[in-house]
Each structure stands twice: as structure tokens, then as C-alpha cells.
Design a protein around this ligand. Structure first.
Ligand code: FES
Ligand code: MG
Length: 575
């Protein structure tokens, strides 16, 4: 230990003065012997465990595996809680609190005697929140995802988190499924610890962790209850101690090259549109330039080869058994679509990690010449309806609708949608374009996952399965359809979408990357003059701060004052 460099934590724990006494003495009430304060790496385990975040409810036990690894490598692990964001319960939307949680993470890291951190993440927003907060501190860090649930199973059939909720609910609305059957699918969907086992946002972000190199190999797919998830956590505990000893900071891992890899991997896995917002936000925290055009340019020629719901057939457990994300990255690497020299927290380059990765099932992870969709990735649309961009996931859309011109049916907000969608008098047909306003970052607030608004029952009963939908909202990563999302600027910020009226002609051209409202400028200007922003649902409090400082979707919805790196210098002490 004597040749160890002086670590950050020694500003708290080293020395013989009053302050060092205080810092050590109170810690010793946990039964920590004196030798643990000898200058060894102190590893913070940043835990999003919560019983209100069911997808992360097992992270206390994952933390125990991390601790074993940290102790074994000669470090001192100290677990601490941060705000946990559960997608299924938290209202109005977990996304409203992603930035708040990131502030919690950043300040908890900087204010405490830690030299490196393990980020325990799982449910959708917990991954970006912790990466964003930690990136602003730029200490050595490894993200460990909690892993997906076992495949859902209902009456002998696999069912996917979220994806089947949308599907079953449409079946109920169309009269194909009884309410009793619908309700009995609940337990079958969620039958083990872990996060959604579709390629929704949680699995996408766990894949991004692995693709960015900020997590260990197999982080994406190892099931939550597979013993190998514990092994991964144990090894992460060992590795973080080494990263601290070698002073490998997040900024050495989260490089421009790493983000390019992540974007391409997102295309290959058919990942969630939410990753667009999160990766831009994380990149801007660490100081890497990344924008919407990078998403379109880098992802454009990447075929989706992972056949998982919601775009395809299988689930995360199948993906793991098929070889997981490494098999996907190997495929990309072989055709030059991977920056193979990107460093990872594993101590090898990403190219080295995936070079020999086997693919055990070419139905689940398909070869490039037999993709699920030739054009994976995220298409970025622009036009007068989205001057700062909008996104669509072509792999989840209906090919015939990706070139479409139709009349707008406008919903001013989500309440208006609910009130109007099943009104028998609503003049809507399969060629109509559904427009939903005021569900963006400021408008909802928090940019709700309501962009994939269900179709009207009367059309579902006729067998209509998809229609063009456009909004400033997000969509659950487990959802599908010809759904244009994230229009920027949003309605509540005075974006063009605010001025769309029933009957306006709208043109969507995904191949040409265009989204136009075919209304002339003079008319639009007149509509703009009569507009004022909607009042926020709650005055004051955190929501006011959020509405005032949140950036638009094209900039990742971070707060303007949180962008960037502030590092983890040692603050003044308080005694
Ligand atoms: Fe938590 Fe899907 S609801 S991962
Ligand atoms: Mg979600």
C-alpha cells in the first residue's frame, strides 16, 4: 500500500487532526476497523435500490456482490442511496426527475470521500441519471445494470414487458380479449427480479452502457437472477479498484468514439428512441459534441439484426443465450462499423472484447445479410413542423406509412386526446395524421411517453393496426408504430406543432427525412399571434425550475446549467 498515490478520500480520512478524527470516528460506528482508512481506494456504490422502483428492487443484493469484489481488490466499498426513478409508478413521468436524480448523484459523489464509483442502475431513467451525474464529476466509474427479468410467460407463450400491454390493451379495445384474461396476464409478464425484458429503454440503456465501454462485457443481457449477474457485479468491484489505482477517469472511456459505437449499436439492436435524448445529455456532461445529426448519419446504414420485441420476436433472456451484445458488436466490427480502439473499463479495447464473441442463435442475433430491418437506427426528420428535428424509429414503423400525406386530427393535450379519441363523431380515418401537443419537456412537464397514442377503437375494430402519429412527446421503448416523436421546439415552447389545426395537411417523408405542415406562412404567422403557452399544472417547486431551465429534445433535455463537467475537486470541509 505504501507506493499508492494519494487519493481524493485521504482529504477526509488521512492525518491526525481534528477533522480526520471526525471523518473516521463516525464511520467507525459501522464496525469498520482502523486499517480500512489507510489510504486504500474508497469506492462509492451509488444505489438506485427502491421498492417503488420494482426493476431495481434487487440492487441491494447486487451491491453485496460488488462489495466482495472491492474488498478482495483491497478497496473500501461504501454504499449510498440516490433518488430512484421507477418508470412504472412515478408520475407524471420519471423523465421529469432524471435531471433531479443526476444532481443528487453529482453532489453525493463530489461531497463525499470517494475515489471511484459503481453505478447500480436498471429501470430506464436510472441509467442516464447516474451516468450524467457521475460524468460531471469525472471520477473513475463503472455502471452495473441490474439485468432484465426472465422472459414473460402467459399460457405457455412468451410475453414481453410493455410490448404486450399495448398489444393486449388493443385486443381488449377491439373485442379480441376479455378483461379477465387481460388482468391474468399481469403476473406472467413480471415473474422475476429485473428490468423490462423487451428491447425497451432499460435494455437499450444497459446495452449503451456496454457499448460505451463504461460497463463490463455482458452487462446488457445477463438476466437479473442469473448467477452470472452476481459474478459481473463482483468483477466490477475488483475492476473499479484498479481503475482508481490507474486513475482511469470516465472521460477516458466516454469519448466521441465510444458514443459513435453506442449509436451504431442502438441501430443494430433496434434500441429505444429514448436513447437519443439520454446519450446526447450524457455526452454533453462529459464534454463530447454529439447532436441529432450524428444519430441519423451514424445509424442510417446500420441494419437492425437483433430480433427482439418491440420490433421483433424474442426477449432479453433469448438474447443472452444467443451471445448477447458482444455478438452484435462483433458483427458490426467485422464490417468496419465499430471504433475498435475505444477503451473500456475492462482494460481492453472494445475491439479486443468482441473479436471472438460467438453467436449461438442466428434467429435471435441475425447475420447482416438477413436483418430484421435494413434501415435500423433512428431517422431524424426536419421541416417546418420540426425545425430543430424530430425522430422516428423506422424498425418499429409500418413501411407503407413512412411516405404519407394526410389530414391532421389535433389533440391539444393528453386530456383532450382521452376525451376525444373514442368519440363516435370524430371524423378520423386510417389516412388521418394524429397530432398530440403539449406533451414535451416543458409542456407535460417532463416529456411523457404518450407519443404512441392508441388508435381509436372504431378503427381498431376495423382491423387498422397503425396510423401516423406526431407529437412533442416521447414513446416507451417497448412501444411501436409509425410514430414521430420529440418534435422540437415543442408546442409549449411555441414550436410549429402548437399551431396545427384539424384538417391541415401534413407530409411525412422518412426517406427524405422531412416533416412538413402544408400551411402557408401568412396563415401560420396569424395563428402564432393568437397563441400563449399553456399554464403549468403545478406552480412553484421543482416543476417551475424544470420548466424554466430544461433544454429542448434536440439538446437532450438536460438543464442548461447542468451541461458540462465540473469534476470532483475536494470541497471545503464543514467543521
Ligand atoms: Fe422499469 Fe421497464 S419499467 S425497466
Ligand atoms: Mg419507459
Amino acid at each position: 500500500m505504501s507506493d499508492r498515490r494519494t487519493l481524493r478520500s485521504s482529504a477526509w480520512f488521512a492525518g491526525e487532526g481534528k477533522n480526520a478524527f471526525m471523518h473516521r470516528s463516525w464511520m467507525k460506528n459501522q464496525g469498520l476497523p482502523a486499517h480500512l482508512f489507510d489510504g486504500r481506494p474508497v469506492i462509492g456504490i451509488c444505489n438506485t435500490w427502491s421498492e417503488l422502483t420494482p426493476c431495481n428492487a434487487h440492487l441491494r443484493s447486487i451491491a453485496e456482490h460488488v462489495k466482495r469484489g472491492v474488498y478482495e481488490a483491497g478497496g473500501l466499498p461504501l454504499e449510498f442511496p440516490v433518488m430512484s426513478l421507477g418508470e412504472s409508478n412515478l408520475r407524471p413521468t420519471a423523465m421529469l426527475f432524471r435531471n433531479l436524480a443526476s444532481m443528487d448523484v453529482e453532489e453525493s459523489i463530489r461531497g463525499n470521500p470517494v475515489d471511484g464509483v459503481i453505478l447500480l442502475v436498471g429501470c430506464d431513467k436510472t441509467t442516464p441519471a447516474l451516468l450524467m451525474g457521475a460524468a460531471s464529476c469525472n471520477l473513475p466509474a463503472i455502471a452495473v445494470s441490474g439485468g432484465p427479468m426472465l422472459n414473460g410467460n402467459f399460457r405457455g407463450q412468451p410475453i414481453g414487458s410493455g410490448t404486450h400491454v399495448w398489444k393486449f390493451y388493443e385486443d381488449v379495445k377491439a373485442g379480441r380479449l376479455s378483461v379477465d384474461d387481460f388482468l391474468s396476464a399481469e403476473q406472467g409478464q413480471s415473474r422475476s427480479a429485473g428490468s423490462c425484458m423487451t428491447m425497451g429503454t432499460a435494455s437499450t440503456m444497459a446495452s449503451m452502457v456496454e457499448a460505451l465501454g463504461i460497463g463490463l462485457p455482458d452487462n446488457a443481457a445477463t438476466p437479473a437472477v442469473d448467477a452470472r449477474r452476481g459474478v459481473l457485479a463482483h468483477l466490477a468491484g475488483r475492476r473499479i479498484v484498479e481503475l482508481v489505482e490507474q486513475d482511469v477517469r470516465m472521460s477516458q472511456i466516454l469519448t466521441r468514439q465510444a458514443f459513435e459505437n453506442a449509436i451504431r449499436v442502438n441501430g443494430a439492436i433496434g434500441g429505444s428512441t429514448n436513447a437519443v435524448l439520454h446519450l446526447i445529455a450524457i455526452a454533453r456532461r462529459i464534454g463530447v459534441e454529439l447532436d441529432l445529426d450524428d444519430w441519423d448519419r451514424l445509424g442510417r446504414n446500420v441494419p437492425t439484426i437483433v430480433d427482439l420485441m418491440p420490433s421483433g420476436r424474442y426477449l432479453m433472456e433469448d438474447f443472452y443465450y444467443a451471445g448477447g451484445l458482444r455478438a452484435v458488436m462483433r458483427t458490426l466490427n467485422e464490417v468496419g462499423l465499430l471504433n475498435r480502439d475505444a477503451e473500456t473499463v475492462a482494460g481492453k479495447t472494445i475491439g479486443e472484447l468482441v473479436a471472438d464473441a460467438p453467436n449461438y442463435n442466428e434467429e435471435v442475433i441475425r447475420p447482416l445479410d438477413r436483418p430484421l430491418t435494413t434501415e435500423g437506427g433512428i431517422a431524424v426528420l426536419r421541416g417546418n413542423l420540426a425545425p430543430k428535428g424530430a425522430v422516428i424509429k423506422p424498425s418499429a414503423a409500418t413501411p407503407a406509412l413512412m411516405q404519407h400525406r394526410g389530414r391532421a386530427i389535433v389533440f391539444e393535450n393528453i386530456e383532450h386526446y382521452y376525451a376525444r379519441i373514442d368519440d363516435p363523431a370524430l371524423e378520423i380515418d386510417p389516412t388521418s395524421v394524429m397530432i398530440l401537443k403539449n406533451c414535451g419537456p416543458k409542456g407535460y412537464p417532463g416529456m411523457a411517453e404518450v407519443g404512441n397514442m392508441p388508435l381509436p377503437s372504431k378503427l381498431l375494430k376495423q382491423g387498422v393496426s397503425d396510423m401516423v402519429r406526431i407529437s412533442d412527446a416521447r414513446m416507451s421503448g417497448t412501444a411501436y408504430g409509425t410514430v414521430v416523436l420529440h418534435t422540437a421546439p415543442e408546442a409549449a415552447a411555441g414550436g410549429t406543432i402548437a399551431f396545427v389545426q384539424d384538417g391541415d395537411l401534413i407530409e411525412l417523408d422518412v426517406a427524405g427525412r422531412r416533416l412538413e405542415l402544408l400551411v402557408d406562412e401568412t396563415e401560420l404567422a396569424a395563428r402564432r399571434r393568437g397563441w400563449s403557452p399553456p399554464p403549468p399544472p403545478i406552480g412553484g417547486g421543482y416543476q417551475s425550475l424544470f420548466i424554466e431551465r430544461v433544454l429542448q429534445a434536440d439538446e437532450g433535455c438536460d438543464f442548461d446549467f447542468l451541461v458540462g463537467r465540473r469534476d470532483a475537486g475536494i470541497p471545503r470541509h464543514s467543521h
